[in-house]
Write a protein that binds this ligand. Sequence first.
Ligand code: AHM
Ligand code: MG
Length: 336
Amino acid sequence: HAADAHRTDLMTITRFVLNEQSKYPESRGDFTILLNHIVLGCKFVCSSVNKAGLAKLIGLAGEINIQGEEQKKLDVLSNEVFIKALVSSGRTCILVSEEDEDAIIVEPSKRGRYCVVFDPLDGSSNIDCGVSIGTIFGIYMVKDDHEPTLADVLQPGKQMVAAGYCMYGSSCTLVLSTGKGVNGFTLDPSLGEFILTHPDIRIPKKGKIYSVNEGNAKNWDGPTAKYVENCKFPKDGSPSKSLRYIGSMVADVHRTILYGGTFMYPADKKSPSGKVRVLYEVFPMSFLMENAGGQAFTGKQRALDLVPTKIHDRSPIFLGSYDDIEEIKALYAAEG
Ligand code: AHM
Ligand code: MG
């Protein structure tokens, strides 16, 4: 029966994406190859993160190892692994990483049609205490084979062809959208394969949780302050909401997609553009949110309509359940 089928008919992420792409006669398999290289990066980071607590014992991250060479920090190491995997896929032409100030233009002999923007290891403040961290990525496609330029990645998020994240938590979970819904895959460590465990994820229409760094409250704008006040002291008699905040965007967004509610990194007086980065944090997460039936709003507009002017631009972001984001939009509209 069904349970048996699940155990013997494993839907790996590769098989899933091949099935999806086979619906397009023009598909050349390039996307599947690209994704396989991203998956390789995620597996590597997952295995390194799992060993991070043993760093002192086995000599990782900033220690000198037995060969006398300095070991790399986890975020630096993850970045190098992703860049090498993406370039060697032969399917990319330009890469933007949170770790590198400049975009990476892939050498002509290794070029393909895709641009990948990514944060190889987000949630750096959580690395050393073993709390969930993640990788975030977004993918654009260039139409013809012109010389790649920054203009190819300084595109609104709605132009992405796919986005996803991998969370290194109590299990390793990869959540992906190619623009038709959202699916979640969990790494089976014994197989080394991501298996479909969360088909067609839909975010609840309304949630019971809000997620924000409340330590910044004294610098918030009016609508943010009013929204959070409403979460705690609802005026319509509904129960007050729960606060959950991990401080790793991947983990906070993952919980928000599965359980519903809102995740916010608003503007504040000290940082009028907020903290999180447009290209490789706001866009991929907004793309996933919309594909799961939720919304993503900057305080001014739909997040996926933003046009970044620099690769490391930041933006305030409010994302989550459809109805909850409607409430936030109404508060901003009322402010005029
Ligand atoms: P990082 O790139 O230095 O890891 O910062 C990004 C992280 C996000 O994952 C998270 O949402 C946010 O910073 C938390 O910031 P704060 O500590 O200000 O609440
Ligand atoms: Mg980051």
